[in-house]
Design a protein around this ligand. Structure first.
Ligand code: TRP
Length: 346
């Protein structure tokens, strides 16, 4: 049976990129009854690998992320939500995994590489940051996860994890299970770009739409979206490639939204054709996108506000989940140490 595990770094509120890249898939998975366990981890220890000098940011965002999870519909009856740093067994796994990975292998990780470029660590790369894929392998394998719903930027971590699993098993005997990434169904959702159209949605670039954004903020952000700079007059032909409004509509707009908010077109294909021909203004398509997004985000926003009034309940869930995860972790660490022959007094 499947064991599902995934997580997020608590460095900011969750945004639409998280929603389409991984949250939607998690919701779908939690409601199927084909798994043994499902875990969602708040990766505070991983967040500290590049925010070690800002502990308050990480601490504050643990709560924001859990609010986002619950607001989206992650069901604590089905899913164990826990805090990474509260599971010390993860650190033990990581320490022994470090023996199984070379420095050059870590330096080749494309996701880590691009993150290093974005941050200005220059030549002084903290070892902890470079090694976070190893700690992520611990997250996945300690709980015996087989299915990891993530965005495609996490594929190198899954690959790295499976390399460690194979190496571990070949040295210490069959102990660990390999895992696979579960990507979103819609390929367009793999890497949702930010509203600037330049990069993927990322809080450090300030191009995000957050799940918690209020209506006014959402409206303003949609109105600011990058479209086609040469589409100046309504009657000019417009380009839909690298036009963020269409990129987002590709991900979010279903035919029902057209009958509700933009009746003059039956579906996205019709709208695209009309826009390309000329005669459809940017404000019209932006208003439509706003309505679509607002319909998706309104229930999430409402639920989030209710939960914010009830933080005791939120922390209770987090504590219960963490306790549960700890029990599993302790049990699995025993097997792990036995395989490595470091179980001395049994
Ligand atoms: N690296 C993931 C991110 O940046 C977070 C994460 C940590 C994770 N541990 C994990 C994801 C284990 C999946 C499985 O969002």
């Amino acid at each position: 049976m499947k064991v599902i595990l995934t997580g997020d770094r608590p460095t900011g509120k969750l945004h639409l990129g998280h929603y389409v890249g991984s949250l939607r898939k998690r919701l779908e998975m939690q409601d199927k009854d084909d798994y043994e366990k499902m875990y969602v981890m708040v990766a505070d220890a991983q967040a500290l690998t590049d925010n070690f000098d800002n502990p308050k940011k990480v601490r504050d965002n643990v709560k924001e992320i859990v609010l986002d999870y619950l607001a989206c519909g992650i069901n604590p009856e089905k899913v164990t939500i826990f805090i990474q740093s509260m599971i010390p067994e993860l650190t033990e796994y990581t320490f022994y995994y470090l023996n199984l990975v070379t420095l050059s292998r870590l330096e080749r990780n494309p996701t880590v590489k691009s993150e290093l470029q974005q941050k200005d660590f220059n030549k002084s790369i903290p070892v902890g940051f470079l090694c976070y894929p190893v700690s992520q392998a611990a997250d996945i394998t300690l709980f015996g996860a087989t299915d990891v719903p993530v965005g495609d930027d996490q594929l190198p971590m899954i690959e790295q994890t499976n390399e460690i699993v194979r190496k571990f098993n070949s040295i210490y005997g069959e102990t660990l299970t390999e895992c696979k990434a579960i990507l979103p169904d819609n390929e367009k959702a793999f890497r949702l770009p930010g509203i600037d159209g330049k990069n993927k949605m990322s809080k450090s670039l300030g191009n995000c739409i957050y799940l918690a954004d209020d209506e006014k903020t959402l409206y303003e952000k949609v109105m600011k979206m990058y479209t086609d700079p040469n589409h100046i007059n309504i009657n000019d032909p417009g380009k839909i490639e690298s036009n963020m409004v269409f990129t987002y509509l590709d991900v979010f707009a279903t035919d029902e939204y057209f009958s509700k908010y933009l009746e003059e077109f039956k579906n996205l294909d019709e709208l695209k054709k009309a826009y390309q021909k000329g005669g459809v203004g940017d404000v019209k398509i932006k208003k439509f996108l706003y309505n679509v997004l607002n319909e998706i985000l309104t229930p999430i926003r409402k639920r989030r506000q209710e939960l914010e009034e009830n933080m005791d309940y939120v922390y209770e869930i987090l504590q219960k989940g963490t306790n549960e995860a700890r029990v599993v972790a302790k049990k699995n660490l025993e097997k792990f140490k036995k395989a490595m022959q470091i179980d001395y007094f049994n």
